[in-house]
Design a protein around this ligand. Structure first.
Ligand code: ATP
Ligand code: MG
Length: 574
């Protein structure tokens, strides 16, 4: 293709709202154009990138026997009521909902478990038709709280979503492993460094899940991992060996102390010298929302540890949890913020505690009285026995659950997520097939997502320099550009056309930059747009000489036109 025929519009400056390199560079290169918060147009070169990535996804999924389909974007509320997810998604505010002219409620699909389950249920009657795996590559709609970082967190974005249907759990395990393998090949082929981590199943639900993370400082996810054992998990899910607390000793008599204005663990440490944070139990009040009710719940955590809100929500089977406001705390405990505790807690406020507090004695806690704390609190003696759960946020430096070695931390961009769903959706929606005994049984499902617009942006996060983007060849808009530096000079045009034709004939995805612009501007444009191999035809054209540039590392050299084809193929590894 000729760049004179492609709409290209690079900018001089970074857009003001661009916080991370991929957003900054993709916008400046004119690859993406913002229409509204989290809503972007893909310009022609970016669309080539997305299509190339989507094609890699297709090839690898097709190799595993998955079927590409196209499901509707508009989905009726009834399907979401049937699966039990309508309320949760509406409460979360993530779902774009609308009404048709008859007043029927619909949504723009944020995900497609309901529609796919309905589709496969209508098509598949017998175990003989299983396994089935269908996928689509399509726009998804989510009214994200914080759309940002360009394509990373859009409100309209492109996803590959696949759904597997099997007759039993061992068959699901096989389907899951096939998808996992396909994902590994997909991310390897698009040239990103990634890691697979254990993940929380979130609103999707189900038995187990793993995320594919592209490691990058700008990542919104935090990962804990151990080089020794290979353990890796999203912090939302991660566990660690607990750092030991000093023993509390034999239970002593409860003491109540006046602690005016002493509210935080740090303030308590200063107020009670010798009481380490690990011997305190802080009590945090949460406002918890379930499908049919809300409640304030008290959660105790060892003073030196933090609460993991994802684990908390899961342990309560809640739709959402958030810290209670000062007013809610006052209403639930009678005390101002900073003095909540298990002692004297009203009976109607449920009391949870992290496992780290199990068996501990003589704790320092609040007692729901403004300006007071208690020493030597013994759970079950001075207050109710809480219900113990695993609620702790694992942290770097703590022991790996497998090897015991200190966990390391990195930031990651979630580019893919695979789930074992089991029968959650098929059971709720009455999606069954006839098994060998002629009995209707629910499909055993898996679901699998890839961020098709997010992954190329994640690739840029890992591959750029101070001049611009450095595309991995497999998803670059073009593998190679041949650029004429002065298109008023015939010998340059002729040589460039010749190289362009030769490279095309050799199977290189090459474009010809025949745009009338100054050589300086052209060099700059290509530095920014980042095609992997760049050939500049300029003043040396009459002698058959060209400038050859490998974008990665900006390695420049001069060579004879006759050498170009071999050199390009060598850089591309062919
Ligand atoms: P996140 O935790 O980043 O919000 P998610 O877990 O809600 O994502 P999934 O429902 O697992 O996302 O969606 C599958 C894939 O779609 C994700 O792994 C991610 O790559 C991509 N994706 C999800 N949300 C967005 C978004 N708002 N913009 C772009 N891509 C997204
Ligand atoms: Mg996810």
């Amino acid at each position: 293709m000729r760049l004179s025929q492609i709409l290209i519009s690079t900018l001089r400056d970074d857009p003001a709202d661009a916080e991370i390199p991929s957003h900054r560079l993709l916008a400046r290169a004119g690859f993406i154009v913002k229409i509204a918060a989290g809503v972007y147009t893909f310009a022609p070169l970016m669309w080539r990138v997305v299509k190339k990535f989507a094609e890699i996804v297709r090839q690898e999924l097709d190799r595993e026997g998955a079927n590409e389909v196209m499901l509707p974007i508009i989905q009726p509320k009834e399907l979401w009521v049937a699966s039990g997810r309508w309320d949760r998604y509406v409460t979360d505010g993530i779902m774009f909902t609308l009404k048709d002219r008859k007043g029927s409620e619909m949504c723009l699909g944020p995900t497609h478990e309901e529609v796919m389950t309905t589709f496969v249920n209508a098509q598949v009657n017998s175990y003989k038709q299983l396994p089935v795996n269908c996928y689509q590559i399509q726009d998804k709609f989510r009214d994200e709280i914080r759309p940002r970082f360009g394509l990373m967190r859009g409100r309209e974005f492109i996803m590959m979503d696949a759904y597997s249907f099997d007759c039993d759990v061992p068959a699901l395990d096989v389907a899951y492993q096939k998808m996992r393998n396909a994902y590994c090949r997909i991310f390897e082929r698009c040239g990103v460094a990634y890691t697979v981590v254990q993940a929380d199943s979130g609103a999707i639900g189900g038995a187990g899940s793993e995320e594919f993370m592209v490691i990058a400082d700008s990542g919104e996810d935090s990962i804990l991992f151990c080089r020794e054992s290979g353990y890796a998990a999203n912090v939302e899910k991660a566990v660690s060996k607990l750092p030991a607390a000093p023993a509390g000793g034999e239970p002593k008599a409860l003491e109540k102390h006046s602690t005016p204005d002493v509210r935080t663990v740090a303030q308590l440490e200063a107020f009670f010298p010798g009481w380490e944070a690990s011997r305190m139990a802080k009590t945090v009040l949460y406002h918890v929302t379930w499908k049919a009710k809300t409640k304030v719940v008290a959660v105790m955590m060892r003073g030196d540890l933090e609460i993991n809100e994802v684990k908390l929500a899961n342990s309560l089977d809640a739709m959402t949890v958030r810290m209670a406001t000062d007013d809610e705390i006052k209403a639930a405990t009678g005390a101002e913020t900073g003095f909540a505790g298990p002692v004297g807690l009203r009976d109607d406020v449920p009391l949870l505690a992290d496992e780290s507090l199990q068996g501990s004695t003589n704790l320092l806690t609040g007692c729901n009285e403004g300006g007071f704390h208690c020493l030597n609190v013994n759970l079950g003696r001075d207050c109710r026995m809480p219900s113990f759960k695993e609620l702790r946020m694992a942290r770097k430096g703590e022991g790996c659950p497998v090897s015991g070695k200190p966990l390391e931390q990195a930031r990651g961009i979630e580019v893919g997520h695979i789930f074992k769903l089991g029968i959650k959706y098929s059971k709720a929606m009455g999606a069954t097939f006839m098994d060998q005994a002629g009995k209707p049984v629910p499909f055993v499902m898996g679901c699998y997502g890839i961020g098709v617009s997010r992954t190329p942006a994640a690739a840029v996060e890992q591959s750029f320099d101070d001049k611009g983007i450095v595309w991995p060849a497999s998803i670059a808009p073009f593998e190679c550009v041949v650029a004429v530096l002065d298109n008023k000079r015939d010998e340059q045009n002729v040589l460039a056309e010749k190289l362009y034709a030769e490279l095309r004939a050799a199977g290189v995805d090459v474009c010809l930059d025949d745009r009338p612009m100054s050589p300086g501007a052209k060099f700059k444009d290509h530095e920014l747009m980042g095609m992997p191999v760049q050939v500049f035809v300029g003043r040396k054209a009459p002698e058959g000489g060209v400038e050859f540039l490998v974008r990665k590392g900006m390695q420049k050299s001069e060579c004879a036109a006759s050498e170009v084809k071999a050199k390009v193929l060598a850089v591309l590894g062919r």
